[in-house]
Design a protein around this ligand. Structure first.
Ligand code: ADP
Ligand code: MG
Length: 318
């Protein structure tokens, strides 16, 4: 890529996102410089999407750009941090102007949608890989972790689970969904909505939170481990679409990845605030699916109790 590299950066990535804001120095120098508002902490995260693993290499470049940003935004939402800047490390098999222009248009639209500025990155040649490092701000001490869930807390999830996994199954020809559900599930897979609207609620009421990237079962297990607690969840309380309910195909909600909804724990004393949230945010409903316990991890399914203690999400090295 060598001599093309600077032309690529200049042409496609030098001016993405709002230049006003608190980036003092963005793309073009040896490093970026940002201002952090007094009384705030910087929250930083990074995620990589690999062609052929996280998405088929022929995926529409604008969808790849969207998803690369959305999965990072979802991590910030789970920490209750407001997004501010991002860096992009791009590895490309070739200098393909058509691909690059669609990718940068998608990236620009997404950055504008979420009020983010691209402040730097790196560009190399190799197998297609997109790494985004994102940074957000939170009033000091108001971030939310996986570590503070306590026995008795309610376990909540936003939205509907399993749609992205079902979308993938549809793409891979494993299921044949009716038309409107099909488009909804494909949209959930390609254009997940990071739940940034939950940030104020999480700051105020959540003891712990995680974004569901690898399936509810495994991601909730991370919270329980970090908090030193157990949980009991009700299978039939998990919010799913009517197809999953009718087919009893709850594994899409429990084990398939890519939903990017939020799972959070909230002390039961805040039930009223949860109801109030749901009243005002019907498109981002929080559904109670169970409660945090002292120990153990069980799924109640009718009369049956299924032990989830050894549950695991998707692992790259298995
Ligand atoms: P260096 O050789 O000092 O690492 P680079 O040539 O990698 O510098 O990058 C030059 C400038 O362009 C830096 O400001 C860097 O952050 C930015 N940059 C490089 N690649 C990208 C990219 N894909 N997106 C945004 N900025 C980039
Ligand atoms: Mg560099």
């Amino acid at each position: 890529m060598a001599h093309d590299e600077f032309a690529i950066i200049e042409r496609y990535f030098s001016d993405i996102g709002d230049p006003a804001g608190n980036a003092v120095l963005g793309v073009g120098d040896d490093a970026a410089v940002v201002d952090v508002a007094p009384g705030h902490q910087l929250v930083v995260s990074m995620d990589t999407l690999l062609g052929g693993i996280h998405f088929p290499v022929d995926t529409c470049p604008a969808d790849i750009a969207y998803k690369a940003l959305a999965v990072n935004l979802s991590d910030l939402a789970a920490m209750a941090a407001s997004p501010a800047w991002f860096l992009l490390s791009l590895t490309l098999p070739e200098n393909d102007p058509n691909w690059l222009s669609q990718f940068s248009i998608g990236l620009r639209q997404t950055a504008d949608q979420f009020n983010l500025r691209l402040i730097g990155g790196d560009t190399c040649r190799g197998e297609l890989s997109i790494t985004i490092q994102i940074a957000g701000l939170v009033p000091s001490g108001r971030f939310v972790t996986r570590r503070q869930a306590r026995a008795g807390d309610l376990i909540l999830v936003s939205g509907e689970l399993g749609n992205a996994g079902l979308g993938l199954a549809q793409k891979q020809g494993e299921v044949d969904l009716p038309g409107d559900l099909q488009s909804r599930c494909l949209l959930a897979l390609d254009r997940p909505q990071p739940r940034l609207e939950l940030i104020p609620f999480l700051r105020e009421f959540a003891s712990a939170a995680i974004d569901i990237s690898d399936g509810l079962q495994g991601d909730l297990a991370h919270v329980l481990k970090a908090s030193g607690c157990g949980a009991s969840i009700l299978r039939d309380a998990i919010p799913v679409n009517s197809w999953i309910e009718q087919q009893q195909a709850y594994h899409y909600a429990l084990g398939a990845g890519d939903d990017y909804e939020i799972c959070c724990c909230v002390p039961a004393s805040h039930r009223g605030e949860i109801e109030n949230w749901n009243l005002h945010h019907p498109e981002c409903r929080l559904t109670e699916i169970g409660e945090v316990t002292e120990s153990g991890y069980v799924l109640e399914q009718g009369e049956r109790l299924i032990d989830l203690t050894n549950s695991q999400g998707y692992r790259h090295f298995d």
